[in-house]
Design a protein around this ligand. Structure first.
Ligand code: AMP
Length: 412
């Protein structure tokens, strides 16, 4: 499916195409037609990184009247960071829609700038609950006319003690609004909010394959920045049957690493946003059928790829965000198979490992970079194993046996 088939307005389509979105992610495939074609509310069990923002953002933008200067949609989010991120994403999706304004309001920042931005009501407000209530009480925000309410990361909002604030806000919005609730988990309190404040809602679940799988071992190697490539080669050499994704930060780095690997004789290729859709499809297909053993990719490019039996995920650099790490490592260890998530880090980044350990509630193991001898041993035994396990069709090789024996004659 493509975004074109979802019947979104042209000015939205052009914006997301510029962002490089071609295919909707699974959550978007479900929510966008649902929101555009039906009238019920929506409860979606989906984690961050699954494309949630566009999943609610695109249909809401589609249905808002940009020519009317009043608040038509409200998005509630637990943290200032998320609030800014959602607001930036929505601004990106609506950049070709004339007159559309998205304003984020969140605590921890001077309220005066936010007050100013609200002098003319924007069509969309993205808010943390406390600050929103403050602004409502100051008479700066009026929610009586909203058509859409999105509760993003609803479980996080409850964890952070926003339950009453949320209820206060819900009571200030008209009953005619349409509500979309997103949550990574579904504790009883969320079900209760849904029951109490939402009308005959539809529930959807997006596979949560990435939540710190028990089958994934996390290891890391410490190396200087300039040595990352050499460490990567050692890791690959040590695992001759590797089938994995090497995650890089930028397109440039993705290209460089893939080129070097290919130049050095590895079975690798690159997947990044500079490729045409057709080129991307080809690379992905080759990887799926294991014509390629190592796919070097950016996070965004790897998103459309669903391969379930990766042996390794390699973080060529540690991502800044724990969620990205979770998402990457969750690509291995699926379907009851063991997987390994390897990170190549700088010694200054050990604190980041600690952060990830804490968030994932998993221990990471530091390993020594394998030396040449270990790699040789591994490769040798790999070759011997292959020889031992090779399946021969005796009848078919029979005609060649004489020649083979002759060629190996000199071996003792
Ligand atoms: P979210 O779960 O909303 O934080 O989205 C995760 C990431 O995926 C963001 O960086 C989005 O820009 C990106 N993204 C969302 N939808 C798509 C899509 N259909 N194609 C490519 N990237 C997307």
């Amino acid at each position: 499916m493509t975004f074109r088939e979802l019947n979104l307005k042209d000015d939205i389509l052009s914006a997301i195409e510029e962002l490089g979105y071609v295919q909707p992610m699974p959550v978007q495939e479900k929510t966008i037609p649902f929101m555009l074609e039906q009238t019920a509310d929506l409860v979606a069990l989906a984690q961050t990184g699954t494309g949630k923002t566009a999943a609610f953002g695109l249909p809401v933008l589609h249905m808002i009247d940009a020519s009317q200067k009043k608040v038509q949609a409200l998005v509630l989010a637990p943290t200032r960071e998320l609030c800014i991120q959602i607001s930036n994403d929505l601004k990106g999706y609506s950049k070709n829609m004339r007159g559309m304004r998205v304003v984020p309001v969140y605590g921890g920042e001077d309220i005066r700038t936010q007050l100013k931005q609200l002098d003319t009501p924007p069509q969309i407000i993205v808010a943390t609950p406390g600050r929103l209530i403050d602004l409502i009480e100051r008479g700066k925000i009026e929610l009586g006319g909203i058509n859409f309410l999105v509760l993003d990361e609803a479980d996080e909002m409850l964890n952070m003690g926003f339950k009453e604030d949320i209820e206060t806000i819900l009571q200030r919005t008209p009953d005619t609004r349409r509500t979309m609730l997103f949550s990574a988990t579904m504790p009883k309190e969320i079900a209760m909010i849904a029951k109490r404040y939402m009308k005959n809602y539809e529930e959807i679940t997006i596979g949560t394959k990435n939540s710190g799988s028990e089958n994934v071992a996390h290891i890391y190697y410490v190396s200087q920045a300039r040595q990352h490539y050499l460490v990567l080669k050692r890791i690959v050499d040590l695992n001759p049957d590797i089938y994995g994704i090497v995650f890089c930060r930028t397109r440039q780095e993705t290209k460089e690493v893939a080129d070097k690997l290919m130049h050095d004789g590895y079975n690798a290729d690159a997947l990044h946003g500079d490729l045409s859709q057709a080129q991307r499809d080809t690379v992905m297909q080759k990887f799926r059928i294991r014509n390629i053993q190592l796919l070097v990719a950016t996070d965004v490019a790897a998103r459309g790829l669903d391969v379930s039996d990766l042996t390794h995920v390699i973080n060529y650099n540690l991502p800044d965000d724990v969620e990205i790490y979770t998402h990457r490592s969750g690509r291995t260890g699926r379907a009851n198979k063991k997987g390994i998530s390897v990170s190549i880090i700088h010694s200054k980044e050990k604190f980041k490992i600690k952060d990830i350990e804490r968030m994932l509630k998993k221990d990471f193991e530091q390993q020594q970079i394998p030396n040449g001898l270990e790699v040789c041993k591994k490769q040798l035994f790999h070759m011997i194993d292959r020889m031992e396990n090779v399946e021969v069709n005796e009848e078919q090789i029979d005609p060649y046996m004489a020649q083979i024996m002759k060629q190996l004659e000199y071996l003792s």
